[in-house]
Write a new protein. Structure first.
Length: 415
């Protein structure tokens, strides 16, 4: 039988589908997770907060939660079964995995050969923590749920006050979250829930790749709120909290800035516009309306592409009126110099002759078991893997169909 029936696929199609899934997984997790960054010290790197370790960290009654963050590799190798929150990048951070800030999970699996060792490494004293490390973001301190998120969020580039927090458009402008009805911009969940049982049967579709490219627009930024700039028009922003403390930031030339966005505590967009209009009318005789407005309303700065080269030239020209800004730039050189993000070595996709799978990472979890059980588990896994390959080989060679019933019967016979 060479035709296709409902709920059936050929062995070559099945193997091709598995290969596509592995490539997709590699795109989502492109790096080789074999090395913890703890020994590298403070880096600008991808971080993850482990809520499981946070909830189970021993502490005295009334003691504040002990926040912690782990690097990319540790999120996969040491905390893959835990509830994680992706924090994206933060500067000058040393991985906390295996330190006394994370006693619950024990020693780091990547730095220690014995997974039973306790977490006794000394954590960095220079790490900074915020509400992000308990899974909430922005001044509204809400968790990020991509299923429900309807707008855009932007990270503060400076971050000295907010600790490089992420902000909603509404919160940057000062209006309440949810006061403007917007449809969710994502259809896929990244919140760690198991959606395996809800997935449809596998179907091979030759047009799937083309359609995926066409639908990539669904992952693009949502339409900005009225009065808020398009994400394409600026490279990064500095939030009102940081600008308010570091006044010299307002000396950044207007040529590399968009119009500032004022943080006006208001009930709605209309209320916000009314407050700004009333203030401008009241102070219409002021020659420096921008300055007087900023004294009443804090504001965020939006920097255009290429702003760093402009700031670098300010340092070299060393003009007197830029002295406060120059001093600030020298204190925080990442404002005008390259600020690279550490990236682990890229994962190499194995060829068919060196076939390996992301599923193989699951066997590493056996390392936490007693030696005898781990050996038995690995042997059982290898037997099933070999038997399944042998079972599928004739189907692949003859182009025959593999039905759900045959797969089910295979596993029943294997038990």
């Amino acid at each position: 039988m060479t035709g296709s029936t409902e709920g059936s696929i050929t062995a070559p199609e099945f193997l091709e589908q598995q290969s596509l899934l592995e490539k997709e997984a590699l795109e989502l997790m492109p790096y080789d997770p074999q090395r913890c960054t703890f020994t590298d010290g403070a880096l600008r790197q991808q971080l993850y907060a482990c809520l499981t370790c946070l909830k189970n960290q021993p502490k005295s009654e009334g003691e504040k939660p002990v926040f912690s963050g782990v690097c990319y590799s540790c999120s996969i190798q040491c905390h893959s079964t835990h509830e994680l929150v992706e924090l994206f990048t933060k500067r000058n951070f040393t991985c906390d995995c295996g330190t006394t800030r994370m006693l619950y999970n024990g020693g780091c699996r990547l730095r220690n050969t014995d997974p039973k060792l306790p977490a006794d490494d000394i954590p960095s004293s220079s790490n900074r923590y915020s509400n992000n490390f308990e899974g909430t973001f922005c001044s509204c301190e809400q968790p990020y749920n991509p299923l429900e998120e309807t707008g855009n969020m932007f990270q503060c580039f400076f971050g000295e006050v907010c600790n490089e927090d992420w902000f909603h458009e509404e919160c940057l402008m000062g209006i309440p979250r949810g006061s403007i009805e917007r449809k969710p911009k994502h259809n896929l969940s990244r919140n760690g829930k198991n959606i395996l049982e809800t997935l449809p049967e596998i179907e091979i579709d030759e047009d799937a790749a083309t359609r995926t490219e066409e639908n990539d627009s669904s992952e693009e930024d949502a339409t900005p709120l009225p009065g808020f700039p398009s994400a394409d028009d600026f490279e990064c922003l500095i939030c009102w909290k940081c600008v308010d403390k570091f006044k010299a930031l307002d000396l950044i030339p207007r040529s590399v800035r968009l119009a500032d966005i004022f943080h006006v505590e208001s009930k709605s967009l209309d209320d916000r516009a009314s407050q700004l209009k009333n203030y401008k009318e009241t102070h219409s005789n002021s020659k420096r309306l921008k300055t007087t407005t900023s004294k009443n309303f804090k504001f965020s700065i939006f920097l255009k592409d290429g702003f760093q080269s402009s700031l670098k030239s300010i340092i070299s020209q060393n003009e007197n009126h830029y002295e406060p800004l120059i001093s600030l730039l020298r204190q925080f050189p990442f404002l005008y110099e390259d600020d690279p993000i550490y990236e682990p070595p890229e994962e190499i996709l194995h060829s068919e002759t060196e076939s390996s799978s992301m599923f193989d990472l699951g066997t590493k979890a056996l390392e936490s078991l007693p030696r005898e059980q781990a050996i038995e588990g690995l042997q059982a896994y290898e037997k099933v893997k070999q038997k399944l390959s042998q079972f599928l080989r004739p189907f692949a060679q003859e182009g025959r169909i593999v039905t759900k019933e045959e797969i089910k019967r295979f596993f029943e016979d294997t038990e």
